[in-house]
Design a protein. Structure first.
Length: 226
């Protein structure tokens, strides 16, 4: 799951981002409306947490643009305002939920999880590839009925591969989706994590689900020859 937070108050943004990363979400942050809109229109996010009072471009305007662009991201609006009129306006503009500042952090997490679980979205939350099963809500992974314990990043990588089962994903695509923009490091990080995943997911099984596509990237599939 990849989230975008558009929030200009640096301290608030920092607390939210650290909390969300601890919950295993990949989170990008924008501190003004213009940057936020640019990011939201170039990356496919599962959910956008949007402050209303923003420099550059207001949250309401970002919301309208997302609607016009046919964005499938769920939108949770954050605001200091608490009038009924504003709520109506935001929902009409396409917000999926609304949280008034100041809010308890736990409440934010509950709302986010509820939104991510909510149909209709393009995602179903149980993903199966062969005998591999991922539950995107509980983040539990099983293969042939046996539980596999993964770290947060291993899980995020496997979820991305599974959500795109049968498709070849390049290292760049994987980097962009699984490692958020806070990550600057080794370019072979994807290969390192694929090795970890293989040890946990494939090693004990005859059918290897994680395939290397030479010169291209990786593919998760249970087909004999992708
Ligand atoms: Ca603000």
């Amino acid at each position: 799951m990849r989230l975008l937070l558009i929030e200009d108050e640096l301290k608030v943004a920092d607390v939210i981002v650290r909390g969300l990363r601890a919950e295993r979400f990949a989170v990008d942050v924008a501190h003004d409306g213009i940057t936020g809109w640019q990011m939201a229109s170039t990356v496919e996010y599962d959910l956008i947490i949007l402050d209303l009072m923003l420099p550059g471009l207001s949250g309401t305007e970002v919301l309208k643009r997302l609607q016009r662009a046919g964005s499938s991201a769920a939108v949770l609006v954050l605001t200091a305002r608490d009038s009924i009129g504003d709520k109506v306006t935001q929902f009409e503009a396409g917000a999926d939920d609304y949280l008034t500042k100041p809010f308890a952090y736990a409440e934010l997490i509950v709302r986010i999880k509820a939104l991510l679980r909510r149909p209709p979205t393009s995602h179903t939350y149980i993903v199966r590839v062969g005998d591999l099963e991922l539950d995107r809500l509980t983040q539990k992974v099983r293969r042939a009925g046996r539980r596999i314990d993964l770290t947060a990043k291993e899980y995020a990588l496997l979820e991305y591969l599974a959500a795109n089962a049968g498709r070849v994903l390049t290292r760049t695509m994987i980097m962009e989706h699984v490692w958020d923009e806070s990550f600057e490091g080794l370019t072979n990080i994807v290969d390192v994590y694929v090795r970890h995943l293989r040890a946990k997911v494939d090693e004990a099984h005859e059918t290897k689900l994680i395939r290397t596509v030479r010169g291209a990237g990786y593919c998760l599939t249970d087909e004999a020859d992708p």
